[in-house]
Design a protein around this ligand. Structure first.
Ligand SMILES: NC(=O)c1ccc[n+]([C@@H]2O[C@H](COP(=O)([O-])OP(=O)(O)OC[C@H]3O[C@@H](n4cnc5c(N)ncnc54)[C@H](O)[C@@H]3O)[C@@H](O)[C@H]2O)c1
Length: 319
């Protein structure tokens, strides 16, 4: 299989990620078969795509006619067999459950020729374990997107123990064709690279609040206006190079041993979650969202993100 041979793709799962990812494929010119078990699921996903495209249009990233043409490239499929007919690439994005994904991969493989690439958007399940359900595990690899997938550039391309170089190259090349920024993750370890970085930071954030060092609001304020302010432009290693490795190396000597190594979530976080507070989906999490709609909050987020994306692309072109 060559990259140019991939024209039609199947998106398995039409939730938060499946809808946004379908939009990316369609906007890059691919024909997408979007599989959901119900007609309502497909309709909901297409509505999400339409809403998201409105923000892209508003920000001048896409014209209305391009948006409509892209949507016309997405067709709903209510059976796996229908979704997989004639596709060269399959991306699975159903709930994070190993047995569910293994069953699906087993069934998908029985419906595809041996060279069809089968990728998974799992956040942290083992690619090797998912691929173990297949007779040809070399064509299975991770393609891990970040939410919202139609905006955030990163795609982690993850090698399972049996993933072939060809599969890695195809997932990587395809991600580039979608206008994404792929990263090769060469070992199938929990959390891959991006979630390990994200959760290392979350652990320290929770620790600081639990210990009463700073408030919830001030954790976020500290990060957004300090360390995080640099992150879209300079990663932690670039930051250290610019700051001076002698300084960073010295600080590591006394600070690493002070950082949180907790392996359980702290009590205050457990209480919030056990109280049924899940963030914007319930109206309360670390913050109170009473009186604000989920749509409003997400639209505002997407607007910020799209402006940042435009700036990032501008800077990348200057480099
Ligand atoms: N939400 C995120 O931030 C995020 C980020 C990166 C990766 N992921 C991963 O993406 C995957 C999907 O996450 P999501 O947030 O889109 O979840 P979601 O719950 O929004 O969507 C999952 C979809 O799969 C459908 N589904 C359930 N069982 C199915 C089956 N047997 N066959 C076909 N469809 C089925 C559900 O109806 C739903 O539409 C998970 O593996 C998750 O870990 C999520």
């Amino acid at each position: 299989m060559r990259l140019e041979d991939i024209r039609r793709v199947a998106m398995i799962g039409a939730g938060t990620m499946g809808s946004g990812i379908s939009m990316c494929f369609a906007q890059a010119g691919y024909e997408v078969a979007l599989y959901s078990r119900s007609a309502e699921g497909i309709q909901r996903a297409l509505n999400r795509v339409r809403h998201s495209q409105e923000v892209f249009i508003q920000e001048g990233l896409i014209s209305r006619s391009e948006a409509e043409a892209a949507r016309a490239r997405i067709r709903g499929a209510d059976s796996l067999a229908d979704a997989l007919r004639g596709v060269q690439y399959v991306l699975e994005s159903v709930p994070e459950n190993l047995a569910l994904k293994q069953d699906l991969f087993r069934e998908m493989e029985s419906l595809c020729p041996p060279d069809t690439i089968l990728a998974t958007n799992t956040s942290g399940l083992s690619i090797t374990a998912i691929a173990s359900a297949c007779r040809y595990p070399q064509r299975v690899g991770g393609m891990h997107w970040a939410n919202p997938p139609e905006i955030v550039p990163l795609v982690e391309v993850i090698r399972g123990e049996q993933t072939s170089d060809e599969t890695m190259d195809l997932i990587y090349g395809l991600s580039e064709r979608l206008g994404k920024v792929p990263v090769r993750v060469q070992k199938d370890i929990p959390g891959f690279a991006s979630n390990r970085l994200q959760y290392a930071l979350l652990r320290e954030a929770l620790h600081l609040v639990q210990e009463g060092v700073v408030t919830v609001e001030d954790v976020d304020r500290t990060l957004k206006n300090g360390v995080g302010f640099r992150y879209p432009w300079l990663g932690p290693l670039e930051t250290a190079d610019l700051g001076g490795l002698d300084v960073f190396h010295t600080i590591c000597q006394y600070l690493f041993k002070e950082l949180s190594t907790m392996t359980k979530t702290p009590a205050f976080f457990d209480e919030i979650v056990q109280g049924g507070n899940y963030g914007i989906k319930t109206g309360r999490g670390f913050y109170d969202y009473t009186g604000k709609s989920r749509e409003q909050i997400l639209r505002k987020r997407d607007l910020y993100f799209l402006r940042q994306l435009k700036l990032l692309r501008e800077v990348q072109e200057m480099d």
